[in-house]
Design a protein around this ligand. Sequence first.
Ligand code: NDP
Ligand code: PYC
Length: 342
Amino acid sequence: MNIAAAGDGVRMTLDELRELARKKLRAVGLSTDHADAVAETMVAGERDGCTSHGIYRLLVAASSISRGVVVPDAVPVASEPAKGVVRVDGGGGFAQLAFERGLPLLVQKARDQGIAALALNHVVHFAALWPEVERLADHGLVALAFTPSHAWVAPAGGAKPVFGTNPIAFGWPRPGREAFVFDFATSAAARGEIELRRRAGEPVPGDWGVDSEGRPTTDAAAVLDGAMRTFGGHKGSALAAMVELLAGPLIGDLTSAESIALDGGRGGSPMGGELILAIDPAAFLGAALSDHMARAEAMFAAIEAQGARLPSSRRYAARRESLANGVTIPARLYDDIMRIGE
Ligand code: NDP
Ligand code: PYC
């Protein structure tokens, strides 16, 4: 591996990073097909400057495997319980391979029927959702994805965890251009962001969470031990509840409270489900498809014309830079990664 020290980090190409991730995941016992699928999302996160869900997640995945939270050689099984529904039982493995197994059927059903849903069940989830909605948008489909996590987040007006950090991702295809994509936690920040601050010894903003006594704090460790806050007060709180319902009871899977109870203090990544919706614009628009997609472009142009940016524009810029020049892994993180599987 031709890696180079760069400042207080280690610079490498994306191919080198992918190889490192696969090797380390296999070293902790993950089967090759899982290791490849999981490595891909970590590399995508690092490439796009999403460090809380980039290569740092190797530490998280290795820890979940060593704590016995993940079935490392699970074989995802796809089924079609209804005309517009694909279900993939992940068998306790990581969600990435289950998504790969369900994707072709989801795309086919969305094209055949105009709209389709994919439920991933019994999967361990630590990843960002944008790679999934972006893949669907690349197929010309509008996409939404939701997953609960572990009960770390208090409802607006409370101070005890009920919700997970419960991300919502949305993808919109833009013919000839990179898709419009957003993806964020319904908590004030992703937990991974707070974990990175704790590792770096940095404080968090005062509105991200409370300590275990319900007092506001800027201490990252105290928030992790206490309760995180939703974004946007009661609005984020309602959206977090919606994610619990859509990707929990609706698809026959766990809520964040049930998932953390199942974990039983092992500290693994959340076990549960994910719901992904795919909509084919052609089903609504038929021959008028390109006229109406052009109207969407007018809205994007109106946003950018006033200097505001589109969600995902920073990510695509980071991607171009990483593809050209590689990425730099912080020295301490690199050292921690190198110790995986030793
Ligand atoms: P952020 O608060 O960083 O928000 C990210 C989204 O908002 C991106 O789409 C980003 O685009 C966009 N955005 C940010 N700033 C602006 C701006 N000024 N103008 C326009 N758009 C903007 O994300 P979170 O920290 O909440 O979440 C990070 C990741 O964590 C997500 O990918 C999520 O899926 C993941 N996550 C996963 C969980 C799981 O259980 N699996 C749980 C919780 C989170 P851009 O990327 O271009 O900056
Ligand atoms: O960052 O909140 C988070 C998170 C939870 C599960 C995966 N990422």
